[in-house]
Design a protein. Structure first.
Length: 246
């Protein structure tokens, strides 16, 4: 799946894709809570579609890890555990930071313009207080940046990391504590680093950005060495706080 197809569902999408988008939104925002039961018949009646359409949507959500499906049993919304997020943050940190050099070397002529547009889309979503739209644009921003590294096989892995870390942040913080415009503007430092054409600057900007998504991030992220910019693994502290930052 390409960057443009990763999130969102326009009116031209199939009915199953529209159902998938609606359910993904509710799962990420917590309207459908972790552990909640999803019954195909109930969903088919709700969306006024055939059960096969619901089944198709649920299969794709299962591939993203948002639901768990078992043969001849109900589908459940996946739990959101801090242990999972610790590992996903580590994977995301490694993927994005290691790609920094390839991004700089690629010198994609459209990259900065595309990222500027995505930042503006994030700011607009923040002003409209549409947190899910902000999350979609946030994910598109990081996927577009990674696209310049030309590693399409890794892209779905990063997409899952983005989706689940964002979901965890939303589910484990009070809405009033998540300043949406501040969340959008956190990406400015990444753009500034990209403008320097320095792989190390971009790596450090991404490292700080990812490490500060959740409060326990600095405890589990590999700090960057002063000169080489190489990561040094550290052990996660026991019992991390679930406080999150925008």
């Amino acid at each position: 799946m390409g960057v443009g197809e990763a999130f969102g569902a326009g009116p031209q999408r199939s009915r199953s894709a529209q159902v998938e988008h609606a359910l993904r939104r509710e799962i990420v925002l917590g309207t459908l809570p972790p552990g909640g039961v999803l019954r195909e018949l109930d969903l088919a009646q709700r969306f006024a579609v055939a059960q096969g359409t619901i089944r198709e949507a649920l299969m794709r959500l299962s591939e993203e890890g948002l639901v768990q499906r078992r043969a001849r049993r109900d589908t459940h919304v996946t739990e959101a555990h801090s242990d999972d997020v610790v590992e996903l943050l580590r994977i995301r940190h490694d993927i994005e930071c290691r790609a920094a050099l390839r991004v700089i070397e690629a010198n994609d002529p459209r990259l900065r313009k595309d990222l500027d547009m995505l930042l503006q889309a994030m700011r607009l979503a923040a002003l409209q207080e549409d947190e899910y739209a902000l999350l979609e644009q946030d994910c598109r921003f990081h996927l577009r940046l990674f696209e310049a590294a030309a590693m399409p096989v890794v892209e779905p892995v990063l997409m899952r990391c983005l989706l689940h870390t964002q979901r965890f942040k939303i589910l484990n913080s009070a809405a009033h504590s998540r300043e949406l415009l501040a969340t959008a503007d956190r990406h400015v430092s990444i753009l500034e680093a990209l403008e320097t054409r320095s792989a190390e600057a971009l790596m450090r900007a991404l490292s700080h950005h990812i490490a500060t998504i959740v409060d326990f991030g600095p405890e589990v992220m590999p700090p960057l060495a002063p000169e080489t910019g190489q990561g040094v693994a550290v052990q996660a502290a026991a019992g991390p706080s679930l406080k999150v930052h925008p």
